[in-house]
Structure formats: structure tokens, C-alpha cells
Design a binder for this molecule. Structure first.
Ligand code: SF4
Length: 249
């Protein structure tokens, strides 16, 4: 199976402060019921790292950064080398990750291959299996610790909330954990939005939204909310997917 599902050639929304493209890696080691990218999680890749590098070569000077996303980009065996190649072309690199490969995150940090990380805090330990269909909380926990122990690379933490899975107490518990770890960045609580497209777990619409007025105040970090307005658009997967050989750059 080829590793790369597709490329979103341009985004202003997915890499803070940077114009970027998104490289979507196929495959994931989780099965979150609310996942908006089932075709990427279960699908086969169409392209190779070499094709992406050729695309990036042509985009030099037009884009600032590259988002490595998926699926789970950190599962790709060549991700460290690939990120190094991207950096050598002059791009900033952002990793979107579910945090289950602390060794890869550590290696990328040590080799100065990351400029930003977005880390999914899927659920507290007690709900992790329910949300992700895995027992990988310990791996996530290690990734979060490693990111908190360093201060060179900015990172954000985010939780998608479908209230069949998570409630106010669960988010409160995550917030308490972030405070205890000395997290100083932004914690995004993202409301699940049913956009009438299939999701991985055939999840029904939420019966009610999370009541954000019941959350405790954040201690030490910034709390922000996404998609809690009525009819809020769902950003995930909305950009066009292309592949370089069809790109006609
Ligand atoms: S939402 Fe879950 S299943 Fe979907 S790509 Fe992210 S970690 Fe994988």
C-alpha cells in the first residue's frame, strides 16, 4: 500500500501563521466513531513521498509550510526522513497526531524536524477505549509528557466532543490533567458536527451539545472552542484533495 492518500494543495487554516499544504497519510491505528475521514483511514494511498517532494519543489516560495496529517502520519515508516527532506526544501513542518507514537515525536523533536504539533487528547484514560477503540492511552500520555517537557516547539492540544462519548466531567478531567502538567498553550474543545457525510462509526447526531458553561476555568493554559455556534461549518476534510500527478502545477 502506498502511504499517501492525497494532498490538499493550499490552506490558510491548518498551520497557524503559515500558508501550507496538507499531506494526508492513509491508515490509522484508531477507529474513532466520529472520524470524518473514513476513506483515508481505511483507504489505500495513491502516491509516494517522492511525488510529494516533487510537488513541494515546484511550490517553493509559494507556501510556507507542510502539514503531515491523516489518518495517522506518524505511523508511516519513513516519516522522519520525509520530514527532513521537507525541511531541506525550506518548509516549516506541522504534525497532526493522535499521539500514539511518542518515539517518532521524540525523534522528530530531537532532530529539529517539527515547527508545530497538533495533538489529539481523545479522552481521559477511563474513556479512551470507548472513543478510540484502542488501549493506547499510555502511548498518548507519553507523547503529551514529551511535548510538555520541551519548550522549543509550540503545540496545541485538542479534543473532539460527541456527547454520546464525552461529557463536561470528562473535559474537566482533561483540563485538570493539562494544568497538572504545566501546559501553557491552547486547548481546543471541538464540537462534533454532523455534516451529513459518512463518519467512521456511523455515529448518530448528538442529542445535545456539550454545555461549555459547566466547564471549570482553565488554569495556566488558554481554552478555546470550535464549532459551538449554530450551523458551524465543519472544517475537517473540506478542502479539495488532489494528487500531484493530477495537479498540473
Ligand atoms: S479521528 Fe481517529 S480514526 Fe480518524 S484519523 Fe483521527 S485518530 Fe484516526
Amino acid at each position: 500500500m502506498l502511504p499517501i492518500y492525497s494532498i490538499t494543495p493550499f490552506t490558510l487554516l491548518d498551520f497557524p501563521g503559515q500558508t501550507a499544504c496538507i499531506v494526508w497519510f492513509s491508515g490509522c491505528n484508531m477507529r474513532c466513531g466520529y472520524c470524518h475521514n473514513p476513506e483515508i483511514v481505511k483507504g489505500k494511498g495513491k502516491g509516494t513521498a517522492e511525488q510529494v517532494l516533487a510537488f513541494l519543489e515546484k511550490r517553493k516560495g509559494l507556501l510556507d509550510g507542510v502539514v503531515l496529517s491523516g489518518g495517522e502520519a506518524a505511523l508511516y515508516k519513513g516519516i522522519v526522513t520525509f520530514a527532513a527532506q521537507i525541511k531541506r526544501l525550506g518548509y516549516a513542518v506541522k504534525l497532526d497526531t493522535n499521539g500514539t507514537r511518542p518515539d517518532i515525536v521524540q525523534e522528530m523533536l530531537q532532530n529539529n524536524l517539527l515547527d508545530y504539533v497538533a495533538l489529539d487528547y481523545k479522552a481521559p484514560a477511563s474513556k479512551y477505549k470507548k472513543v478510540t477503540a484502542t488501549h493506547l492511552f499510555r502511548h498518548f500520555d507519553e507523547t503529551l509528557s514529551r511535548l510538555c517537557w520541551q519548550d522549543k516547539v509550540p503545540f496545541e492540544v485538542r479534543t473532539t466532543v460527541h456527547t454520546d462519548f464525552l461529557g463536561e466531567n470528562d473535559i474537566g478531567s482533561i483540563m485538570e490533567d493539562l494544568s497538572a502538567r504545566g501546559y501553557r498553550g491552547v486547548y481546543y474543545v471541538q464540537n462534533y458536527v454532523n455534516n451529513n457525510k459518512p463518519v467512521l462509526g456511523n455515529l448518530p447526531a448528538q442529542k445535545q451539545m456539550l454545555d461549555i458553561s459547566k466547564l471549570p476555568p482553565p488554569r495556566g493554559f488558554t481554552l478555546e472552542f470550535r464549532n459551538f455556534q449554530a450551523n458551524a461549518p465543519q472544517k475537517d476534510g473540506k478542502n479539495p484533495h488532489i494528487f500531484p500527478d493530477k495537479q498540473g502545477s
